[in-house]
Each structure stands twice: as C-alpha cells, then as structure tokens.
Design a protein around this ligand. Structure first.
Ligand code: 5CU
Length: 371
C-alpha cells in the first residue's frame, strides 16, 4: 500500500444540474441566463448573477460549475486527490420554506450520487481503510425564514444516512434571525450528535453603503464583506453560548475565519468589560478559536501563520481552493486559487513537513472521517 500523503480540497463548490436548471428558470437573481456573445454572431453564452449589486450582465458560467468530469479534470490538473464538494451560495436561502425543504432533500440525494459514483483513489494512504472515493459532499439544510425546525432535523437525519455526505454547508441567515437564534439549538445538537461538519460560508457581505461611491467592482464585497460576514456570524454564535453548549460541534469557517483570528483578543477584552455577556460564557473568547476549524483559503503564508492560528498549530486548518470561482487569469494554465494557497501553506514560518501534510490532507481525512 502506498504511503503517499493526500491533497484534499475542502472548499470546492458545485451547482448541481438540478440547481442549475432551477436557476435557469428564474427571471430574477439568483439566476442563470443565456445571451448572445458580443462580437460573435450566432454564438450564445450562459451568465450567472448571484450577488446583490452584481452588474446585471453577471459573469460567465459553464460546465465547470456542474459537470463532474470537469471537477475531476481540475483535481487531476492540480494533483488534488479528494474533494469535499459543497453547493455554492446562495444555496436555498431565497426560497420559500416548502420549496427549500423539497429541494434540499433532492439535492442531497443528487450530491450523494455525484460522490458515490465517483472513482476510487488509485492508492489509499498508509493506514487507511480499503477505499477512498475522489469525491465526498456537504449537504444542504432548508434554513430559510418560516422553516420548521423539525423539517431541518429530518434533513439532518437524511444527510446522516447518506454515506458520502460528511456534513452541511450553510450561510449565515439561519431561520431568518441569524445563527445565534435559540430555535437553532436542536439543530446544532443533532448535527453534533451525528458527527457532521458545519461549513460556515458567507453570501451577503456587509451593507453596501459601507463601500462608498467609487466603482471598485467586486473587490470590496468579496475581499472584505464576505469574511466580515463570517466573522460576525461566528462571533454571535460564540456570544450566544453555542460553542459552550455544543463543545463537540465541528464548525469549519470559510476564508480562514475572516477577521476572527486577528480580533479574538480584542473580542476577549470587550467581553471582559461587559459583565452581562461575560457571565454567559464559560471561557475566554480566545479559547473558542481552538474549538473551530479554518479552511486555508487565505492566499498568504503570513495570514495562515498569523498569531492565534499559528499558536493553534496546523491541526485545525484545511486546504481549499474555492473552485470554480476565481478562474485562471488570461495566459495562465493552473488556477492561482490552488497554486497560491498551496504556496501559502508551504511558506508558513515554523511549519515543517508534518504540519504541511496535516493541512494539505491529514486533517481533512480525520475531521470528515474519510479514512
Ligand atoms: O466570486 C464570488 O462571488 C464568489 C461567491 O459568490 N462565492 C464563493 O464561494 N466564492 C466566490
């Protein structure tokens, strides 16, 4: 048996064919539409519009978003052995509760099929069981305003019964009141009990009034709004005592936890100075950082090794690419979202082979129970 170490991508998205068809049938965002290609008579192209304030022309979208051979070709090109695939935003957030409930179940079954019929790895890592697939998945919960918590619980049961789904991806809206909503407590309990991972991912950013009047394109909402949204959502969960009540809940934060690692000591100080909040919590705010997992989608060694994250060691960080977002720039063959994130992992001062291998794949095998 091979002793080679695996490269596992835990932040990689898909719009499953059923979801893409759903977006095609919509006239308002989120939607996929087709239009003539400017300057190429007779040719047409598909475009995607998902974000508020995105230009109405949206962005190009193609089979890299829904086609499994394309996902596998991307993985092969970049030496990625295994991907833990999740639906991309905005998930089911914009649907009515009955629509979200039905579509969640259908998409979870679809994702199980997408993964279970994927190829097996040619060689399993040393010490692992007999077979590992190339693809595993994170399911969807019908987390929308007016959803019945019991429907959400039933969907957790469904996901837990699907052997290639190892967790859930969710945004920050919950049942419409955010993730610190007391009504979500049974949901956290059930996710924890089933050993599923929660991948917490942004979609809304922060209010666009923060971005001023200058046209900065997609830069501010994506570079800052997305990570700040995650930072606020997980901080609200910490302050609500969710991590105290569910200490074994596995939460993985997108984009390396946004600003939380940089702000955790300031957060601790603000809590200490607020006796009402302080009395609700069992630990100092910095403690909770050690309970969380972080993808390594930060694009820089300095950020990955930054303060608290380095102190936590590499045991809670996991390689990711954000594929198929951030496609290659003109004239490049490999995706910079892969090469830069791998270079960042390789360049963290103080990390040796053991730490790098853990971040590149060992942690994912353990946390998602893949081997
Ligand atoms: O470029 C983007 O808008 C995005 C997005 O919406 N979601 C994501 O996961 N990455 C990039």
């Amino acid at each position: 048996m091979s002793t080679r170490k695996l490269l596992v991508d835990v932040h990689t998205h898909v719009y499953l064919p059923r979801y893409a068809s759903f977006l095609r049938a919509r006239a308002v965002a989120p939607k996929i539409f087709s239009r003539p290609v400017p300057g190429e008579p007779g040719a047409r192209e598909d475009r995607l519009v998902i974000l508020d304030n995105e230009p109405s022309g949206g962005r190009p979208i193609g089979p890299q978003y829904w086609d499994r051979p394309e996902k596998l070709a991307f993985m092969d090109k970049h030496g990625i052995d295994v991907s833990v695939v999740s639906s991309a935003n905005p998930w089911l957030d914009f649907l009515s509760a009955p629509e979200a409930n039905t579509l969640a179940k259908e998409l979870n079954d679809d994702l199980e099929g997408f993964c279970s019929s994927s190829p097996e790895l040619d060689s399993a890592p040393s010490g692992s069981g007999p077979s590992i697939k190339r693809l595993y998945g994170l399911g969807l919960l019908p987390l929308v305003p007016e959803a019945s918590p019991s429907d959400v619980l039933k969907t957790i049961t469904q996901i837990s019964s699907l052997p290639h789904l190892k967790g859930v991806i969710m945004g920050t809206q919950g049942l419409g009141r955010g993730l610190d909503d007391e009504e979500l407590e049974p949901v956290w309990g059930e996710i924890e009990r089933n050993g599923l991972v929660v991948f917490l991912h942004p979609h809304y950013g922060v209010p666009s009034s923060m971005w001023g009047e200058r046209d900065n394109g997609h830069v501010l909402p994506l570079a800052l709004g997305f990570p700040f949204e995650t930072t606020i959502a997980i901080t609200r969960m910490i302050l609500a005592g969710v991590l105290d009540k569910f200490p074994s809940l596995k939460i993985m934060l997108a984009h390396s936890g946004g600003a939380l690692p940089a702000l955790s000591s300031r957060l601790a100080s603000c809590i200490d100075h607020d006796p009402v909040v302080a009395s609700r919590l069992k630990h100092n705010a910095r403690y909770y950082l050690g309970q969380l997992y972080f993808d390594a989608v930060a694009y820089g060694s300095e950020e990955l090794g930054f303060g608290k994250l380095r102190a936590l060691g590499s045991s809670r960080m996991l390689f990711g690419t954000d594929h198929p977002f951030f496609p290659p720039l003109k004239g490049t063959d490999k995706w910079r979202s892969v090469t830069e994130n791998l270079a960042a992992i390789n360049g963290v001062a103080g990390w040796g082979d053991k730490e790098r291998e853990a971040v590149c794949g060992g942690n994912a095998l353990r946390i998602f129970n893949l081997a």
